[in-house]
Design a protein around this ligand. Structure first.
Ligand SMILES: Cc1cc2nc3c(=O)[nH]c(=O)nc-3n(C[C@H](O)[C@H](O)[C@H](O)COP(=O)(O)OP(=O)(O)OC[C@H]3O[C@@H](n4cnc5c(N)ncnc54)[C@H](O)[C@@H]3O)c2cc1C
Length: 467
């Protein structure tokens, strides 16, 4: 282990800062979105430009450290122990350029969706962001990125057109479909295992009509609502994305008045079409008589915080599953586990409709091309202490038990604990990822939050010459 004073050499090489455990800002700098995560790297480098990243990567390599790249820290929990690791935190790479005519965006790797989505909306465009504007474009895109327009346009990672990064040998590169295509393929799904991304370029989409909003039902009606929604959702066209959640809001001043302290069964929708068509499609749910209904014709910017995700860091325990199906009996099991009579403290149990473009590999896609299944399930608790964390985990286990037999796979962006990343890919994709890793990072310098180790020497050559 290096002493903290050793990082003064790196500081001298960089324009940006290096923060070590002896610095007063250490705790604030290492804090991430999930307050239950206690990141303790050897030091944190905060590059201001590409040459700072080159310096950080070179320094780590020369001193026998590993490198964990990070943008916002929204999914840092799976990183686990970071002894002998330099965290390269790109939060200060904040460049944005938007070409509305070409429908292309290039952002520095520290940019969050909240800085881009409202600007795009002014041009009648939308990026494929997810439920929270606070999430970073880099980590979201490198892991997949399942958002409001995903059934029409697929995972965000498939819309990435070029990635700029610093590789393990300290080289600044720009990779795309024709330049180092193997690396470009692996980055799109392989997250932080292949280099420190400094900028990312992606396609965005014209939105002519958008009818979107949320229907709130009393929590007691959770069973009825989820039955109606799970029957309707798989029949809907790709233009309509819909989610259904059981939400229990805290009674705190940051939560808006109409929902503060309340519990609800809610149905969300974002429809790329007219209000009349959208109303027709959602009629079976609306006929149940929501207590509050915010659906309206909106600009794309309205999707930014429509999911009402918490904006500020908080302690989180979570569970997730991609589901082949969710038949009526499983809905009953889920409602029994976390519905109105369960005593569940979980803040959110969310189902998202999959299918459409999420299930169709697009030409030239990367390692994470599609997601299997009909529904994604994500549940989370916000415990205040160890005892409430244990209670929340018990309810999360009940959620997993209720749907276990329908599990079709995992979605790594929603896996918020250390996990075996081989479970996230089919065997061929996993082998190819490991081969690309062996080519570009044979000494395993980079530690993504879901780790992909290099192939052993002599392993199958699959992927090495793929384009
Ligand atoms: C409130 C909330 C809402 C969410 N909603 C959605 C959603 O709707 N849809 C969805 O798909 N996901 C969603 N997610 C999950 C989100 O996509 C992941 O947490 C994602 O990893 C966050 O990326 P980040 O850059 O913000 O976080 P980080 O923790 O900074 O990054 C996560 C990982 O990405 C890699 N990475 C990040 N930056 C770089 C870089 N510069 N170079 C190389 N690798 C890098 C690293 O492996 C890193 O550990 C949500 C998460 C939260 C907390």
């Amino acid at each position: 282990m290096l002493t903290t004073t050793a990082f003064t050499d790196l500081s001298a090489e960089m324009t940006g800062r290096v923060v070590t455990p002896s610095d007063p800002e250490w705790d604030a700098t290492r804090q991430v979105f999930n307050l239950a995560t206690d990141l303790r790297p050897a030091a944190i480098a905060l590059p201001r430009d590409v040459s700072d990243v080159v310096a950080g990567v070179g320094y780590a390599r020369a001193h026998g450290l590993r490198v964990a790249p990070q943008a916002t820290g929204h999914n840092a929990a799976p990183l686990g122990a970071l002894e002998d690791t330099l965290l390269i935190d790109v939060r200060e790479l904040q460049e944005i350029s938007i070409d509305p005519g070409a429908q292309r965006v290039r952002v520095g790797a520290g940019v969050k969706w909240e800085r881009v989505a409202p600007q795009l909306s002014e041009f009648g465009l939308a990026g494929l962001h997810g439920s929270s504007p606070d999430v970073g474009i880099a980590g979201y895109s490198l892991g997949g990125g399942m958002g409001w327009l995903a059934r029409k346009h697929g995972l965000q990672t498939n819309s990435v057109t070029a990635i700029e990064l610093v590789t393990a040998d300290g080289r600044a590169a720009r990779v795309d479909a024709t330049h180092e295509p193997d690396l470009f393929w692996a980055l799109r799904g392989g997250n932080g295992n292949f280099g420190v991304v400094t900028a990312i370029e992606f396609a965005v989409y014209a939105v002519e009509d958008l009818y979107a909003g949320v229907m709130f039902f009393p929590f007691e009606r959770a069973g009825e609502v989820l039955h109606a929604w799970t029957e309707l959702a798989p029949t809907l066209p790709d233009e309509l994305m819909t989610w259904a959640s059981l939400l229990q809001f805290p009674d705190t001043p940051d939560v808006p008045e109409p929902v503060r302290g309340g519990s609800f069964a809610v149905v969300y929708g974002a429809f790329l079409g007219t209000e009349r068509e959208g109303r027709d499609l959602l009629r079976p749910v609306r006929d149940l008589g929501p207590a509050m209904d915010t659906f309206a014709v909106v600009a794309p910017a309205a999707l930014g915080d429509m999911a009402m995700d918490p904006p500020d860091p908080l302690p989180i325990v979570s569970a997730n599953a991609l589901l082949r199906d969710l038949p009526s009996a499983a809905v009953d099991d889920l409602v029994a586990a976390v519905g109105p009579d369960s005593g569940s403290p979980l803040a959110m149990v969310q189902l998202r409709l999959l299918g459409g473009a999420l299930g169709r590999p697009s030409p030239g896609a990367g390692a994470r091309a599609t997601l299997p299944g009909t529904f994604s399930l994500f549940a989370l608790g916000v415990p205040e202490d160890e005892a409430s964390a244990a209670t929340a985990r018990a309810y999360l286990d009940d959620v997993e038990r209720a749907v276990l037999r329908f599990r079709a796979g995992h979605y790594p962006n929603f896996v918020e604990e250390p996990a075996d990343a081989s479970a996230f890919f089919d065997a061929d994709t996993w082998a190819r990822l490991r081969n690309v890793k062996a080519l570009y990072d044979p000494s395993d310098l980079f530690k993504g939050n879901h780790h992909i180790p290099p192939a052993e020497p002599g392993a199958s050559a699959q992927g090495r010459s793929a384009s």
